[in-house]
Design a protein around this ligand. Structure first.
Ligand SMILES: Cc1cc2nc3c(=O)[nH]c(=O)nc-3n(C[C@H](O)[C@H](O)[C@H](O)COP(=O)(O)OP(=O)(O)OC[C@H]3O[C@@H](n4cnc5c(N)ncnc54)[C@H](O)[C@@H]3O)c2cc1C
Length: 281
């Protein structure tokens, strides 16, 4: 970011104050790791959200993560790190570097709406976001992106992650060219099984297609009422590969992304099945 046009650095103490300050010329800043990399025409003020009382992580069945909690706060929270056999912590360890995770906030991460390993996992886990635009409301993270919420000025105040029982497992896979890299494609799944061993709830999220991650409903729906037999996993993976809006970019072709998606969905579902059968590692 070019800081030459910035004439004010503001640090409000309440949400109402922060909201009143934001506008065409004033940009919210969480950890600033993304803001610093871009140029914003006409922006003259930065509104640092760091003084708001939003840096918390509460566990009460599920989890409530305040918007200015950092990715490190999430990685180091014992309950969240253990949740669903560590799917969130495993993913977070692959996000950038420790220094980046120490600064990056979950609110800033979700609001930027691009290049993300966090979004597919939160979509698969059925996360919600709480927003503030003068009044508060909560909606499913999937709806937030579907409605283009990340292109509006609304402040993210909290992320909700639902509780999950021992009948539920999740898995995440990130394909990269080198260890420290954005994904060529990433996949996250959540599977819940009933006492008869049939799938009663399933979500499949695929990201970096190269668009932002989204749920692939038909891939998940085809497993409902079925067992996690290999042929059913392969069928879901084929559907996902056909459904994702894969496109070419400088990092991968659409065809390669579809191939990665097929492999990734099958592996994630098999990993979730193993976790259900063997229990936490
Ligand atoms: C070198 C590097 C490597 C990276 N590697 C990865 C990776 O491997 N995987 C991955 O998933 N990500 C990766 N990232 C992305 C990184 O996770 C994000 O830059 C970071 O999470 C953004 O959070 P932040 O708090 O710094 O956002 P900021 O830079 O503060 O803000 C980002 C955007 O969100 C807005 N904003 C901030 N907070 C809020 C809020 N509470 N409500 C509404 N809007 C808000 C800002 O106005 C801005 O538009 C990488 C980034 C870098 C620089």
């Amino acid at each position: 970011m070019s800081l030459t046009g910035i004439t004010s650095y503001l640090r409000p103490g309440t949400l109402e104050e922060a909201w009143a300050l934001l506008g065409e010329q004033a940009l919210a800043v969480g950890g600033g790791t993304d803001v610093i990399r871009h140029s914003y025409t006409g922006v003259t003020a930065l509104v640092d959200l760091g003084a708001l009382p939003l840096r918390y992580l509460r566990q009460d069945g599920g989890f409530a993560v305040g918007a200015t909690a950092t990715l490190t706060d999430m990685l180091e929270h014992p309950g969240l790190a253990a949740h669903l056999d560590g799917v969130m912590a495993g993913m977070l360890r692959g996000v950038g570097s420790p220094l980046l995770r120490n600064a990056a906030t979950i609110g800033g991460h979700l609001a930027r709406g691009r290049y993300s390993d966090v979004v597919p996992v939160l979509l698969a886990l059925g996360a919600t976001v709480a927003l503030f635009d003068g009044t508060e409301r909560t909606l499913a993270l999937a709806d937030y992106y579907r409605e283009g919420g990340h292109r509006r000025r609304d402040l993210i105040t909290e992320v909700g992650i639902p509780a999950a029982g021992a009948d539920t497992a999740a898995a995440f896979l990130k394909f990269t060219r080198v260890a420290f890299d954005f994904a060529l494609l990433n996949v996250a799944v959540l599977v819940r099984r009933d006492v008869a061993g049939k799938v009663s709830e399933c979500r499949v999220a695929v990201g970096e297609t190269p668009g932002l991650a989204a749920l692939v409903g038909p891939a998940a729906d085809c497993l409902l009422g079925r067992t996690l037999a290999d042929e059913h996993l392969a069928a879901a993976a084929d559907i996902a590969a056909g459904e994702i809006p894969a496109q070419d970019d400088q990092r991968a072709s659409a065809d390669y992304r579809r191939a990665l998606c097929r492999v990734g969905v099958r592996r994630c579902l098999a990993d979730a099945r193993r976790r259900l059968e063997d229990g936490p590692r």
